[in-house]
Design a protein around this ligand. Structure first.
Ligand code: OOB
Length: 543
């Protein structure tokens, strides 16, 4: 069964977007093209550094596939992969693909709720995980899942060990023959609210997006890409990500933890040319660069995406970090937008890029689903050669229109050049007695204050207004400020009175999602707790 309607399959093939290549042969092909070049550099699970050539990567993957096959994993099986940024990750996914089996890409931050959901929904045959990582023992999750588990750790406990030493003894298996239109893997949705949904991506659609991304981002065999975000996130995987790098003959360097100091050290030591960050990490780089004085001279491009990067922060990247900024607005469901190397500074700073493919269809619509006039704000709908037509299991049908457009929930404006400006998400709007406040807009104002490092605006239920706005603010290191100062500041910037947050809360840092985006669900929960505690107090005092 194809994931796309027949007429679109025909179109995308005829136009040469979809080819017959598959992930089963991807690593072997790369080995043939770039054999002795350095493919992956990074620590293994014990912290020992490895440098694998393309040939070694393919050979280990073929052997690791042999180990998986011996555990009963075969063509078409789903395998949940939950690994941190260690060099074994790249071998492991190469192995799963080689068998024609299909990874389900969990993030290291996922826990029981998510993993159980992934296993049950996909009917996964096996789990590849690690031992203790970041103070958490992943074998504990495996214990409750009751599924064949391979552990990349010296002590797998009751499970099977899956390390370089085990692979070295295995017999390599040949690459499977699979249908390029079939599901290659399940990616997980990245919303900052709710449990992740599973996203079926085919070989043909995904590899098209990888090739096109590598071309747009001008990757070459000289590209050295630092992986700071979780390696299995869609941004790091394919925008252009590790797959784009392997497609181009460049080198992947894995950063085992996302602090600016570790990242800076690796940029200098490995002569990194490209790195991808979410906005909170980009802000952390900006904050730490003047303190740590890193050597970033090799860094040509810093990609920032995953959440809105404010123009205020965006314009600091080039002067303060000495590299070019590329904004990336993408989604695991498909559509990825890039600012282009030859875009004006205004576009690079002020927009989230334009769709990567001329075959991406974008509509900006109002609540009734009608196109808004050009340049006006509306909901993003998209359809194209690498955007899904349905979630796995057919859940959340409301996110798709009858004619196959995906509604991402993002509020955008589109410029005549095709560039999109993300203005928020439909749910990040605060409805204060009928007056709508864009969380994004107020966050941008707050972040522009010298002493504000980051800000998030959340709606709180209110008996009178329906909703009021709650500002969470993280100040720059050592700064002291109170709500009055920020209220005055917003007024000076001529922010309408009703948009000035009703409450302010100062925090050390924000809770984050698996990939490091500000976790609005968690902030809402915290606000909810305050509110119920306060109501309880009030009730007690009136009693
Ligand atoms: C990426 O993918 P996901 O699946 O984790 O999250 C997608 C959602 C988008 O619908 C949008 O709400 C938000 O994340 N988003 C952005 C953004 N990039 C993503 N919002 C504003 N500005 C941006 N630049 O996050 C993702 C996938 C591939 C490449 C890059 C990011």
């Amino acid at each position: 069964m194809s994931l796309y309607p027949a007429d679109f399959v025909e179109l995308y093939r005829r136009e040469g977007l979809w080819l017959d290549e598959t992930f089963a042969t991807f690593f072997a092909d790369a080995a043939n093209r770039f054999s002795d070049a350095e493919a992956v550099v990074g620590p293994d699970h014990t912290g020992v550094e490895h440098r694998l050539t393309y040939r070694e990567l393919a050979d280990y993957s073929a052997q690791a596939a042999g180990v998986l096959a011996a555990h009963g994993v075969g063509q078409g099986d789903f395998v949940v992969v939950q690994l941190p940024n260690i060099v074994e990750y790249v071998v492991a996914i190469g192995a799963v693909f080689r068998l024609g089996a299909r990874p389900v890409f969990a993030l290291p931050a996922h826990r029981q709720a998510e993993l159980t959901h992934f296993v049950n929904q996909s009917g996964a045959k096996a789990l590849i995980t690690t031992g203790v990582w970041n103070g958490f023992d992943h074998r504990e999750l495996a214990r409750e899942l009751n599924i064949t588990t391979l552990v990349i750790a010296e002590d797998p406990q009751e499970f099977s060990r899956f390390t370089f030493a085990d692979w070295a003894e295995a017999k390599p298996v040949p690459a499977a023959q699979v249908d390029p239109l079939d599901i290659a893997f399940l990616q997980v949705s990245g919303g900052t609210t709710g449990i992740p949904k599973l996203i079926p991506r085919s070989h043909a659609d995904y590899l098209y997006s990888v090739r096109e991304s590598a071309r747009i981002c001008e990757l070459t065999p000289e590209t050295r890409f630092l992986v700071v975000l979780p390696v299995s996130h869609n941004f790091t995987m394919s925008s252009p990500g590790i797959l784009g790098v392997l497609w181009s003959g460049g080198t992947i360097v894995l950063c085992p933890e996302p602090t600016p100091s570790t990242s800076f050290t690796l940029v200098a030591r490995e002569r990194i040319t490209l790195c991808a960050l979410v906005p909170p990490l980009a802000l952390a780089w900006l904050a730490m660069a003047p303190v740590l004085h890193p050597d970033l001279s090799s860094l040509k491009v810093l990609q920032v995406g995953g959440a809105k990067f404010t123009p205020e922060a965006a314009k600091r990247i080039a002067p303060e970090l000495g590299c070019r900024l590329q904004q990336v607005f993408g989604m695991a469901e498909g559509l990825v937008n890039y600012t282009r190397p030859d875009d004006s500074e205004e576009l690079v700073i002020g927009t989230q890029g334009r769709p990567m493919s001329p075959f991406d269809e974008v509509r900006v619509v109002d609540d009734a689903g009608n196109d808004v006039p050009p340049g006006e704000r509306g909901r993003l709908l998209t359809r194209g050669p690498y955007t899904i037509r349905a979630y796995w299991g057919g859940v959340d049908k409301e996110s798709f229109t009858e004619d196959g457009f995906y509604a991402s929930g993002d509020l955008v404006r589109q410029l005549p050049s095709g560039h999109l400006i993300v203005e928020g998400r439909d749910k990040d709007q605060i409805n204060r007695g009928g007056e709508k406040i864009s969380a994004e807009e107020i966050e941008d104002h707050l972040i522009s204050h010298d002493l504000v490092h980051d800000a998030a605006i959340i709606a709180v239920p209110d008996r009178l207004q329906g909703e009021r706005s709650y500002a969470f603010v993280v100040l720059t290191d050592g700064a002291r400020l109170d709500a009055t100062v920020l209220r005055d500041y917003l007024r000076k910037r001529r922010v309408a009175d009703y948009k000035i947050p009703d409450y302010f809360e100062f925090a050390e840092s924000f809770p984050t999602t698996g990939v490091g985006k500000t976790n609005r669900r968690e902030l809402r929960r915290i606000v909810q707790e305050y509110v119920s505690a306060k109501t309880q107090q009030q009730e007690e005092s009136t009693n």
